[in-house]
Ligand binder design. Structure first.
Ligand code: DGL
Length: 252
C-alpha cells in the first residue's frame, strides 16, 4: 500500500521536465521526487507513437520499482501518446500535461494564439480535441529540433530558431503564446525578448503541480512531515546529463 512518505516519480524525454519539477518543488516542498530524463531516447516528438509508448512503459516499470506513490508525466508528447494506456495499466495516480490552450483561449481578444509544441503532440487526438474546443485563432507551430537546443543549453541558437518561427506573424495581433512542450519553458527569457511587451506566455507547469497536490491530498497521500528532496536520473550519460539537469534546475 502506498504511503505518504513514498516518493513521486516524474519523467520526460530529457531535461524539459526539469521545468515542471521546479514548480512541483515550489508547490509541494515536503515531497521527495525522483526525476527520470530519458536522454538516451530523446527526442520523443519526432519519433513514432509506438516507439515512444515502449520507452514510457519501461520508465514506469523503473519508477514503480522505486515504490513511487504517483507519477507526473512532465512531457506533453508522452502524455498525448501514453497517458490513457498507462492509467489503464497501472493502479496509481498518473498526472499528465497538455498545451495550455484553454487558458490562452480565455485571454484571447480576437487575435492569434501561437501554440509551440512537438510535431507529435500537435498531430495526436488529444491536441486535436483541444483545438475543437478552444482552437479559435490558434496557430499550431511544430518545432522539430527546438528541444535539442535546450538539451544543449544553446539559448542563442534557440532564440534564432524562435525568431524565424514567429517572423511570419504580425506580433501586434498575437494575444498569447502557448509553450506546449516542457523544454520550451526554459526559453521564456529569449522569447520575451522577441515578443512585444505584455504578451502572455503560458505553460502547464503550475496547473500540473496544483493537480498533483489535489490528487495526493484527496487520496491521503500528501507528505505532511518530509524535508523534500530530489533525485535526478537519466538513461543517458549520467555525469553529463545530470549536470545539465542540475544547472537548469537552478536556472528556473
Ligand atoms: N518535453 C517534451 C514535451 O513536453 C518532449 C520533447 C521531445 O522529446 O521531443 O513534449
Amino acid at each position: 500500500m502506498a504511503m505518504r512518505t513514498d516518493p513521486v516519480g516524474v519523467f520526460d524525454s530529457g531535461v524539459g521536465g526539469i521545468s515542471v519539477l521546479a514548480e512541483l518543488r515550489r508547490v509541494l516542498p515536503k515531497e521527495d521526487f525522483i526525476f527520470f530524463g530519458d536522454t538516451a531516447h530523446a527526442p520523443y516528438g519526432t519519433k513514432e507513437p509506438g516507439e515512444v509508448l515502449g520507452y514510457v512503459q519501461g520508465i514506469m516499470e523503473h519508477l514503480l520499482q522505486q515504490k513511487v506513490k504517483a507519477v507526473v508525466i512532465a512531457c506533453n508528447t508522452a502524455t498525448s501518446v501514453a497517458a490513457e494506456e498507462l492509467r489503464a495499466m497501472y493502479d496509481l495516480p498518473i498526472i499528465g500535461m497538455e498545451p495550455a490552450l484553454k487558458p490562452a483561449h480565455e485571454l484571447r481578444r480576437g487575435g492569434q494564439i501561437l501554440v509551440l509544441a512537438t510535431p507529435m503532440t500537435l498531430r495526436l487526438p488529444k491536441f486535436l480535441r483541444l483545438m475543437e474546443l478552444y482552437g479559435e485563432g490558434a496557430c499550431p507551430l511544430p518545432c522539430p529540433g527546438l528541444m535539442d537546443l535546450v538539451e544543449r543549453e544553446d539559448f542563442a541558437q534557440a532564440k534564432e530558431y524562435l525568431r524565424q518561427l514567429i517572423a511570419p506573424y504580425d506580433l501586434g495581433q498575437v494575444d498569447a503564446v502557448v509553450l506546449g512542450c516542457t523544454h520550451y519553458s526554459f526559453l521564456r527569457p529569449v522569447l520575451g525578448e522577441l515578443l512585444p511587451a505584455g504578451v502572455p506566455v503560458l505553460d502547464g507547469n503550475h496547473g500540473t503541480a496544483r493537480q498533483l497536490a489535489r490528487v495526493l491530498e484527496s487520496r491521503g497521500l500528501n507528505n505532511l512531515t518530509g524535508e523534500g528532496s530530489i533525485r535526478l536520473e537519466t538513461s543517458g550519460d549520467p555525469e553529463k546529463a545530470v549536470a545539465v539537469m542540475e544547472r537548469l534546475l537552478q536556472l528556473i
